[in-house]
Design a binder for this molecule. Structure first.
Ligand code: ADP
Ligand code: MG
Length: 697
């Protein structure tokens, strides 16, 4: 007998070929498969007769098959399956599929079927290419409803997954629910069986949203439990007291080429106070791009190093780590500090104004013996077996859309780092690159200490932003031409073609096509670079390096590529199909320009010109924009993908900040009454799995 814990290997319909793929996706049991959620839905819920009114729309229609055949095009080595159906009004639809000759078996002439897809026309017929289909006698699973689309990355079709889940779903009736019933009742959340039924096969949009809300709440609840657990662990640990040396800091600050903003002053003070305590700091420095987080980090590093301890700074990519290395060498040029850059491709040590390449093992020895005061690297720095002599401060610069899971992981990694000192762990300062809306930050990180840089340095020239409709394109291209003639550089950003979790070959193609078009038709006189996520790390870096060295005038790139690198000479950023992005993300892109002395420009290309974008023209204040975005799209977008297998789509239904507050309050309550989760074995188990997953990422 099958139950939810049965291995997928024992499910009769799942053949070895599929088992391999499912296991690769981390799905081993029936339960795992049932918890594999769609990342979007095709809305085929409208069943309509064939009509000109629906041309261009996604619809479902049904009719009788009157003709069906395979056409083989030998010269093009292609088979086209073509069928004609007639609906009850006598209108005809021609449906075609490419290279799937076996599909023909589904369409005996005279039978009736439903077809879902985008309606077009072909001569006297209506047309659909590659429509989803189903016999009319069957339940609506693939057509005629909100059809779930699963990630097909590993070669399993959504149709196959739907089929499996449909048959296995009844087993979820006995699935224990990890959310305690009291909590479900209190917040009117559906039970797990109803939730899974509606997530995979929604009756309607409303029930789907309710199911997604429950999933979002559950994830948030687990994250909060984890966060509180880590917080408690932190509080039980000791750290080294680092005495605040007023003279040292005052001297450093007065020698800076600028005056600190009040926000920088306040944040630095909060951090220096934390460092004086014998319990580890766990503070988040929340600030916009360009708000001056680096100097705040430098002040805390200066205090730590001067007290005789080591400091580590981590960035998400090698390029950014190297950039930090260069900044810190400059910032501390008048101090007698040894600063090292440690990543897999660089093994540089900076000692008194000269860069010297050293062997990795030599460098590791210097870190272990305490000769190095400040180590800069990627996140791998604390995960690898780097040993320190006395590491007292860890600074993590995120510089990307922060993933809650990564933060939790980095926090617990910090606790297990070999800091070289007995019975202590380092103080931890995390810096975000996206300004997190204040209300959200307080709700989510209520248990964490927060410093906010909500004030920009005064000398900034605000970036001029303009929403550009198709008729104004050429004018903007002319403007760009004049900027490049002044030796300035330009970014062009393309959104993902399909809403999905990662960049696909389609996106690579789209960015190549645009690169080609701009190179040939618009800017034949300039040099254009091309950047996308499918390039190897080394290739990406080479492209960036070339752009930085002005070997390209324009860089065309997909949106997923992290270009955190400083290109002060870039003064223009063009964002194609800008309506496809959230405001926070647009603001983030915009931060790639405006880093130099010259006036910078951001052009939001769009055909639709939604009112939502207007705020981008009005303000450069990241907090204002993210607060606005929070109201428009809810908090889910700020969390990234919380857990592999939990797509953004569920988080999108984390409809308000209140839900997060509730999740935190409930998590706190539960832990207060049952700190070891002894009375909640299901939750304890889920939390353990959750932590394991985080570690695997
Ligand atoms: P981010 O918060 O994005 O990390 P940075 O720390 O890189 O920002 O600072 C951006 C730029 O602003 C740097 O060139 C830095 O030297 C400069 N800067 C930082 N603080 C101030 C200030 N108070 N006044 C003027 N310029 C500043
Ligand atoms: Mg920074």
């Amino acid at each position: 007998m099958l139950d939810i814990n049965t291995s997928i290997k024992s499910v009769p319909r799942i053949t070895p070929k599929y088992i391999r793929v499912l296991e690769k996706l981390g799905l081993f049991t029936v339960k795992d498969l049932l918890l594999y959620l769609p990342f979007r839905y095709d809305d085929f819920s409208k069943i309509v007769p064939l009509s000109k009114d629906f041309v261009g729309q996604a619809i479902t229609t049904s009719g009788k098959i009157i003709k069906a055949k395979n056409n083989r095009l030998f010269r093009r080595k292609m088979t086209i399956t073509e069928i004609i159906i007639e609906d009850e009004n006598g209108e005809k639809l021609k449906a075609v599929w490419f290279n799937q000759p076996y599909i023909l078996e589904n369409f005996p002439v005279g039978s009736t079927a439903r077809f879902s897809g985008k309606l077009g026309t072909a001569g006297k017929y209506f047309s659909m290419s590659n429509p989803a289909f189903e016999k009319s006698t069957r339940d609506a699973t693939n057509t005629g409803c909100l059809v779930p689309i699963y990630s097909e990355a590993s070669g399993i079709t959504s149709k196959w997954i739907r089929w499996q889940i449909k048959t296995l779903l009844p087993l979820a009736k006995n699935m224990p629910d990890i959310l305690p019933e009291e909590i479900r009742k209190k917040y009117n959340l559906s039970d797990i069986y109803t939730t899974l039924s509606q997530i995979h096969f929604p009756d309607n949009a409303e029930k789907l949203v309710r199911a997604q809300k429950r999933i979002a709440f559950q994830e948030m609840f687990l994250v909060q439990l984890k966060t509180l657990e880590i917080k408690k662990e932190f509080e039980e640990k000791n750290s080294n007291k680092i005495r605040f040396d007023e003279k040292l800091i005052k001297n450093f600050v007065s020698n800076l080429p600028f005056k600190l903003t009040n926000a920088q002053r306040k944040a630095s003070f909060e951090i220096l106070k934390d460092l004086e305590r014998s319990h580890p700091m766990n503070r988040l420095l929340n600030g916009d791009v360009g708000s001056g987080k680096t100097i705040v980090a430098a002040i805390s590093a200066l205090q730590t190093i001067s007290a005789g301890y080591q400091t580590a700074i981590m960035a998400p990519t090698e390029v950014l780590a190297r950039q930090h290395f260069e900044s810190f060498c400059e910032i501390f040029k008048n101090y007698d500090f040894n600063i090292a850059l440690l990543t897999s491709s660089y093994k540089l040590v900076y000692q008194k104004n000269k860069n010297k390449l050293v062997r990795r093992d030599v460098l590791l020895e210097k870190i272990a013996s305490g000769k190095i005061n400040l180590v800069i690297g990627t996140h791998a720095l604390i995960q690898k077996d780097v040993k320190f002599r006395n590491l007292a401060l860890v600074i993590i610069d995120e510089q990307h859309r922060f993933g809650v899971n990564q933060r939790a992981m980095l926090q617990s990694e910090t606790m297990h780092i070999d800091d070289g000192i007995k019975k202590s762990i380092p103080h931890l300062l995390t810096m975000t690159a996206t300004p997190i809306p204040r209300t959200l930050a307080i709700a989510f990180f209520g248990s964490l200490d927060l410093s906010i840089l909500d004030e920009m340095p005064k000398n900034r020239k605000p970036i001029t932003t303009k929403i550009v409709t198709p008729s104004e394109r050429n004018k903007i291209y002319e403007f760009i031409r004049s900027e490049i003639k002044k030796e300035r550089q330009v970014f062009v950003i393309l959104p993902l073609v399909e809403e999905s979790l990662s960049e696909s070959m389609l996106d690579v193609k789209a960015v190549k096509v645009e690169h080609e078009r701009l190179s040939r038709k618009i800017f034949p006189e300039f040099k254009l670079g091309l950047l996308h996520g499918k390039l190897k790390a080394k290739e990406k870096e080479e492209v960036m390096e070339n752009f930085k060295n002005k070997n390209f005038d324009i860089l065309v790139s997909t949106s997923v590529v992290e270009v955190g690198i400083d290109i002060p000479n870039a003064t223009v950023i063009v964002i194609e199909n800008s309506e496809r992005f959230g405001l926070t993300q647009l603001h983030q892109f915009r931060g790639r320009v405006g880093r130099g002395k010259e006036q910078s420009y951001c052009f939001l290309f769009t055909e639709k010109k939604p009112a939502r974008l207007n705020i981008m023209e009005k303000t450069n204040d990241g907090f204002e924009i993210s607060e606005h975005d929070l109201k428009l799209r809810g908090p889910g977008q700020f969390f990234g993908t919380i857990q592999s297998g939990l797509p953004d789509i569920a988080m999108e239904h984390l409809s308000n900040v209140k839900l997060i507050k509730f999740a935190r309050a409930e998590a706190k309550d539960l832990l207060e009454n049952d700190p070891e989760l002894k009375g909640h074995p299901l939750l304890a188990d889920a939390l353990k799995k959750f932590s394991e997953k985080i570690h695997l990422e």
